[in-house]
Design a binder for this molecule. Structure first.
Ligand code: NDP
Length: 310
């Protein structure tokens, strides 16, 4: 069993940024990088909207830069997952799948969220080659082209209206005869001339050799099959925050996201802070995750100092 002042769980932009700040503040943080070090950006190809990379950067390359920067200031990175936590008493206890038990005076949770996928084979194969789960990240690459968006919630409404400003034609596939999205978002969708809602429609397959070339859809009422010639396929059926291991320990909202005190990274447990997509279902950007990672490190450092622990 080893004891640490600060343990950071998660290795996306939020976790690494928290580590950079905490390490430079002399907290000697330990970061549990998990099974998918680097988080969602490891699945991304080009990132063109992260400030500072004027020519863009590949997602994995950027996360390597984050990691090296965190290590440069003395962050200890362990390639293990947290499998059990006890936040009911201090110091907090964290067990890992590397069979380690760690204790920490403060914890930053930055485990992110994962996009939900339809589960089609070609969805995985063509990921990054027309298939995406983030319009803000990848929409720009399909300027003037045609795209399909799948989903009927606020995310789908938002992604499809965002894309309609860039793409020539956007098809929104809604599997039922109504959308789950808020009224105002639905109205926006229905009012957009180059955004066509295909009701009662599901995805059969995504076609294309090296890149998305068409999407095969089926009207579930009539059984009719159609191939939509598009170059992009955006899945917008929701995200799953990675909070399973914190169930019952931290307050979460109805969708499982960790609740933080507005304007801060404080969670329902004093000494535990949350940053990045695990507590943000609105912005979900690398730069906003990094921003809240910085906030979490500053909150943790000040909290530890106030406790006389740093
Ligand atoms: P939701 O769970 O609200 O909606 C998911 C949608 O995807 C539903 O319409 C669902 O269909 C559809 N869906 C699920 N699985 C499949 C599938 N396999 N094939 C086809 N369609 C599928 O998720 P959201 O991400 O849209 O929203 C999550 C939360 O975040 C909500 O509370 C939302 O209000 C909030 N949010 C708010 C925003 C804002 O205010 N600006 C922006 C984005 C999200 P069905 O309805 O048939 O189940």
């Amino acid at each position: 069993m080893s004891h640490h002042k600060l343990l950071i769980i998660g290795s996306g932009p939020a976790g690494y940024t928290a580590a950079i700040y905490a390490a430079r503040a002399g907290l000697q943080p330990v970061l549990l990088a998990g099974m998918q070090p680097g988080g969602q950006l490891m699945l991304t190809t080009d990132v063109e909207n992260y400030p500072g990379y004027k020519n863009g950067v590949k997602g994995p390359e950027m996360m390597e830069d984050f990691r090296l920067q965190a290590e440069r200031f003395g962050t200890e990175i362990r390639y293990e997952n947290a499998v059990e936590v006890d936040f009911s008493q201090r110091p907090f206890t964290i067990k890992t799948d590397g069979e380690a038990t760690l204790t920490a005076d403060a914890v930053i949770v930055a485990t992110g969220a994962s996009a939900k996928w339809l589960g089609l084979e070609n969805e995985t194969r063509l990921y990054g080659a027309g298939v995406s789960a983030c319009a803000v990240c990848d929409g720009f690459f399909y300027k003037g082209k045609d795209a399909v968006v799948v989903g009927g919630g606020d995310t789908a409404a938002e992604e499809s209206t965002y894309l309609s400003k860039l793409c020539r034609q956007v098809y929104l596939l809604v599997r039922r005869g109504e959308m789950r999205a808020s009224k105002i978002m639905q109205e926006r969708v229905l009012k957009t001339p180059n955004l066509k809602v295909l009701w009662h429609t599901e995805t059969v397959d995504i076609l294309g050799e090296n890149h998305v070339e068409a999407v095969r859809v089926r009207n579930v009422q009539t059984g009719e099959i159609t191939d939509l010639p598009v170059q992009a396929f955006f899945v917008a059926i929701g995200h799953q925050p990675n909070t399973e291991v914190f169930k019952g320990q931290l307050q979460t909202d109805a969708n499982g996201y960790i609740v933080t005190r507005p304007g801060s990274t404080y969670t329902s447990v004093e000494g535990v802070f949350a940053a990045g997509d695990v507590q943000d279902h609105v912005y979900r950007q690398a730069v906003t995750a990094a921003g809240t990672g910085c906030m979490a490190a500053l909150d943790a450092e000040r909290w530890l100092a106030a406790q006389g622990l740093h």
